[in-house]
Design a protein around this ligand. Sequence first.
Ligand SMILES: Nc1nc2c(ncn2[C@@H]2O[C@H](COP(=O)(O)OP(=O)(O)OP(=O)(O)O)[C@@H](O)[C@H]2O)c(=O)[nH]1
Ligand SMILES: [Zn+2]
Length: 339
Amino acid sequence: MRRYGKHTDEDDIRVRPSRHGSRPRTHTRPKHEDAAEGLVLTVDRGRMTCLVEGRTVTAMKARELGRKAVVVGDHVAVVGDLSGAKDTLARIVRVEERSSVLRRTADDNDPYERVIVANADQLAIVTALADPEPRPRLIDRCLVAAFDAGLEPLLVLTKSDLAPAGPLLETYAPLGLRYVVTRRDELDEGADADAVRELMRGQVTVCVGHSGVGKTTLVNALVPRRQRATGDVNAVTGRGRHTTTSALALPLPPSTTGEDGWVIDTPGVRSFGLNHIQPSRVIQAFPDLAEGAEGCPRGCGHNEPDCALDAWVAEGHAEPARLHSLRRLLATRERREGD
Ligand SMILES: Nc1nc2c(ncn2[C@@H]2O[C@H](COP(=O)(O)OP(=O)(O)OP(=O)(O)O)[C@@H](O)[C@H]2O)c(=O)[nH]1
Ligand SMILES: [Zn+2]
C-alpha cells in the first residue's frame, strides 16, 4: 500500500477516510447528521452520479459548498431523495477530506488548474507497445504527475502481440516501476485480465493513456458488463456510451479475498500540464536521491551546476542511472510541441 505521509504539507490531504467514507473527527457535530455516505462515480455538467448504499443516485452540490469542486473519487455526504429513482436529485452537503488529488494544470482551453480525481492510490499509465508507437516523453510526463500527486505508477503495456516489451522496459528499469504486459486475446479469455486486476486489488487506480492504446479494451476486460454499476450513468446522461470529459469510476469484480478495488477511466486525460509540479515532491519518489538533495541550494531544479546530486552520485550513494532518470522526468515539465 502506498504511504500517505508524503504530502502532509497540503491542507486538502489529511488522513485517508475509512473505506466507506468517514465523518470528520471534529468536536463540532456535523450539520447533516442524517446524511448518507456516497462515492462520486462520475460528473456531468454539474450533476454527480454517486454510489449511495448500493444505489446510483444523481446529486448536485448544495449551495453551502460554494465553489468547492466535487470530483470523481470524492467521498461525500448526501441528503434528500436517495431512492435513485428517475428524475430525482439529491444534494451533496459535504466533501470529505481527500487522501490524494490528481491535478491537471491550466491549458489553452481551460485557464484553471483542476483536481480531476480524488482519493486515488495509483496511476495506471496505459501504453501500446506498437500501433501507436510508445511515446516515452508522454510516459515520463504521466510519471511526474503520479509522483507529484503521491500515486504509485503502474505501467500497463498493451498490444504485446505486435512488439516486444523489452526495449521500453529497459528505459524504465532504473525507476523500478511495477508493470504488466497485456495483449487483447489474453485479456478477453486468458490470464492477463486477472494479472492486471491482481495489481489493482484493494486500490483505487486511475487509468490514463492516449487514444488508440487499447484503454477501452483493457477497462472492459477488467470490469465485466454486469459489474458496471454505472450502466445507469448512461440512463442519467442519456448517452449510449460514456463520452463526457469526466472520469468514470468502475468497481472491480469482488475477489475471493473480499478485497475490492476501483478503476477510474479518464477519457479526457491524455496528458498533463505540469506547471504546478514541485521538484521537491517528485524527488520524494527517489529516496536514494532525496537525501543527497538536502545539500542542494534552495529551489534547486537539480539540473544546475551547483546541484549537489552529481557529487552525491559520484560518492557512490546512488546509481548514475537513477539521477539520469530523475533529471529526464523533471525536464518534461517544460512544454514541447506535441505534448
Ligand atoms: N493487436 C492488438 N490490438 C489491440 C489490442 N488491444 C486493443 N487493440 C485494438 O486497438 C484499437 C484501439 O483499442 P481501444 O481499446 O479502442 O483503444 P482506446 O485506448 O480506448 O482508444 P480510444 O477509444 O480512441 O480512446 C482497437 O482496434 C482494438 O481492437 C492488443 O492487445 N493487440
Ligand atoms: Zn539539486
